[in-house]
Design a protein around this ligand. Structure first.
Ligand SMILES: *[C@@H]1O[C@H](CO)[C@@H](O)[C@H](O)[C@H]1NC(C)=O
Ligand SMILES: [Cu+2]
Length: 169
């Protein structure tokens, strides 16, 4: 009798843990990693192979005197038109929550920085909580900082399912 109750408690605890881990999976991407947001980073290269999902966030770090961050539309991104409906982000440490799926375009509007390549386009995929035909994320790039992953999550889910199945039969 005590054994069954303990199993139930264990199962509940593991589901709670799995939920917490799922929430912890939200990734904070520091644009340019240690180099930050600036002319020294090729953002096309930086973004390559990264999987951005709803719930993740971008962090732009830069010297606020030198740069800022402007979210623009696709055609304006291509042409480096520094027009946006919103004020540029300018704190030098700007966190941007990725709240909806789709493409997002960012440029620096200072001097000719955009023309020199200080521009970033990403595609935000739906969150894992509502899975579609989700592509498997690529293997993590060694030495890429600013990326927090929880590798034990999948195996933990398998374990939870196994325990629940045992308990219910
Ligand atoms: C960034 O790198 C890509 C290829 O990796 C290249 O096509 C592009 O011209 C580079 N951009 C700049 C501004 O150097
Ligand atoms: Cu700039």
């Amino acid at each position: 009798m005590a054994c069954r109750q303990m199993l139930a408690v264990l199962a509940v605890a593991m589901v709670a843990m799995a939920t917490l881990l799922a929430m912890a999976r939200a990734t904070e991407y520091v644009v340019g990693d240690d180099m930050g947001w600036g002319l020294q980073v090729n953002c096309t290269d930086w973004a390559r192979g990264k999987v951005f999902r709803v719930g993740d966030s971008l962090v732009f770090r830069y010297n606020p005197g030198n740069h800022h961050v402007l979210r623009v539309r696709g055609p304006d991104f291509q042409a480096c038109n520094k027009v946006s409906e919103k004020e540029p982000l300018a704190s030098g440490d700007d966190a941007v929550p990725l709240s909806s799926p789709g493409k997002r375009w960012y440029v620096c509007g200072k001097a000719a920085h955009c023309e020199s390549g200080q521009k970033l386009v990403i595609t935000v995929l739906p969150s894992l909580q509502a899975p579609t035909a989700s592509p498997t994320p690529p293997a993590p790039v060694p030495g890429s900082s600013g990326k927090i992953t929880v590798p034990g999550y999948q195996s933990l889910m398998v374990l939870v399912v196994a325990v629940l199945t045992t308990f219910m039969t």
